[in-house]
Design a protein around this ligand. Sequence first.
Ligand code: FE
Length: 209
Amino acid sequence: MPHDHHDHDHDNDHDHEHGQHPPEDVVLRVKALESLLVEKGVVDPAALDAIAEHYAERVGPKNGARVVARAWRDPTFHARLMADATEAIAELGFHGVQGEHMVAVQNTAAVHNLVVCTLCSCYPWPVLGLPPTWYKSNAYRSRAVIEPRKVLSEFGVELDPAVEIQVWDSTAEVRYLVIPERPAEADQLDEDALAELVTRNGMIGTALR
Ligand code: FE
């Protein structure tokens, strides 16, 4: 729901935190394993960072890009996606933790959608992978709401002043996927080629596509 009208329990209990983060024991076990592997010289910490970065930038968002490309190519899929994103996304085999309650929001010539999690870093893992560092930053989380047009400009997105910006506040209950405007090429290109046009930022709303 629009940020102005949010009425979910983002601010008042711990369910949100529980929904957002992996269980503490899992985090501790992963950290312990990582420390051991580094200590034994099995892995280089920089290599681990590179793997995480690769997942955040490329591997994870490929799923979302597939969803967007399908929506651009197939009007009936697009309709299902807008009606029930969780179900439609599951048709492509993408589902699971942090992707249980998906909502797709469509960019148009009149409206640009931007996704944030003002409280922490809720993010649709099954379609976008890991959230980028900036998404988790205090600056993005507050400024995306207060001055979205300026934030977009810093990402290189200069919107016409007539274009309305709709900011969506993610929660443990709802995760958003931005569907960028359908490009003219969608009539010529196949789904694989179209998926290549879609970026991680485009699906958060910090890029046009
Ligand atoms: Fe959150």
